[in-house]
Design a protein around this ligand. Sequence first.
Ligand code: HEM
Ligand code: HEM
Length: 467
Amino acid sequence: MKENSYDYQIVRGFTFSALFWLIIGLIVGLWIAFQMFNPALNLTPWLSFGRLRVVHTNGLGLGFGLAGIFACSYYMLQKLSRTPLVFPRLAKAHLYLFNVIIALAALSLFAGMNTSKEYAELEWPLDIAVVVMWVIFAINVFATLVKRQEKQMYVSLWYIIAMTVTIAVLYIVNNLEVPVNLFKSYSVYAGVNDANVQWWYGHNIVGFIFTVPILAMFYYFLPVSTGLPLFSHRLSIISFWSLIFAYLWTGAHHLMLTPLPEWIQTVGIAFSIFLIAPSWGSVINGYYTLRGNWEQMRSNYLVKFFILGITFYGLQTIQGPTQGLRTLTSFFHYTDWVIGHVHMGTMGWVTMTISAAFYYMIPKITGTGLYSIRIANVHFWLILVGQLVWTVTMWIGGIQQGAMWKATDPDGSLTYNFLDSIASLYPYYKIRFAAGIVYFAGIILFAWNLVMTIRKSQEVKNQPLNR
Ligand code: HEM
Ligand code: HEM
């Protein structure tokens, strides 16, 4: 199949949408991080921490994360099936609809419309729009796969299929609600059932956005950008099926020591521990792919992103099952330790892998080299240092928080009140804010580098041929 029959416009459109929402989401993230040690800045309801926090999580999880996933999925789908998108106009509609939804989502959350279910905060009209958008995406995925010229389905395609099917099921089941007016609805579930469905959804929406499609990218872009074959296809397929088998059973680890029946909690713990195996199957596959070629960590600027990214994934998939154990969760739950866990994944694994995928795709699509490899290297170091300081600070702060909440005097009364514990964390919050600025500077360089790469390609195109 000829390269020029592939639809790269859509890949470009989603790439730049991702960068846009990344910057917006991070500005909001920095602002709420600043508010954490300057609570007087909760000036109006519109600028209150409670509203802005969801703008941050939705802007980055759905805006940045999903746009990055769509960009890379459309690219990998065409390349791996050796088939152009079957419905390019539908893909364009997908791009426009996606950006309208994210903009309306941000506005409605700013305005305080919120179902109060984490990662499912959008009200019902937007939920319907999300489902329509997802169906549009799924049609292109499956139609292109059906028409594929390449019989063999590489593991990345399996991950894309898993994401497409699972997110549809999760989103519809958890968002079943009864509308009372245009802006308000109530969940059809109540009490413990509601919590159970919500965290079955919550854990898996994180998994099927921040893990499954990111693994699809890792498995595709690491071999193509190093020129090295994947260490083991068999291991990749075993890891895939065991990850998919186990993932959907683990949501209850978010509800330890609650009224949820104990056996469901235990199932959650058991499957969480099981997950270490498939997760590390992918980590090991990545490391072994570089066997004998580790000098590429120095010579190929993309490899650093992939290897550090998968390393953070590996660390998180040990930390996750451990913090889900009853004894540890009773200490860490609600503390900043969990916030550290989240951001090692999002600022480390997810952002590093998506960055490298964009750095690979955009020069390929435009046919010119990257504007500046040096800037890409600076970007790497800034986000690495920013992320590490950010997360390690939160882990230490989380341990202090948990210890203060548990401390008791000899008469059994609590040693500290809640406000003491918050005020004692201010130094950590200040360090986190500073680390966030460093990380943000890296992201600005990333966006600038890609914009300049596009500009460079346009200048080359505009040059008269025989000059
Ligand atoms: C084997 C893999 C993993 C397991 C078993 C696991 C386990 C957990 C547990 C037990 C919690 C809840 C902690 C608490 O609230 O007390 C949690 C929270 C979270 N994890 Fe993981 N984790 C894993 C990997 C990941 C990865 C790769 C990401 C990607 C970024 C991630 C993102 C999150 C997020 C966003 C939350 C916060 C959920 C919330 O809003 O409460 N996790 N994880
Ligand atoms: C400069 C970088 C960042 C800063 C300063 C920042 C700041 C914050 C803050 C202050 C919170 C609330 C913590 C709390 O409630 O105690 C938060 C939560 C969260 N952030 Fe970020 N963030 C950054 C990057 C990111 C990125 C890149 C992503 C995703 C791609 C992300 C996803 C999330 C999620 C999912 C939560 C909810 C965690 C939970 O409920 O457990 N953040 N962030």
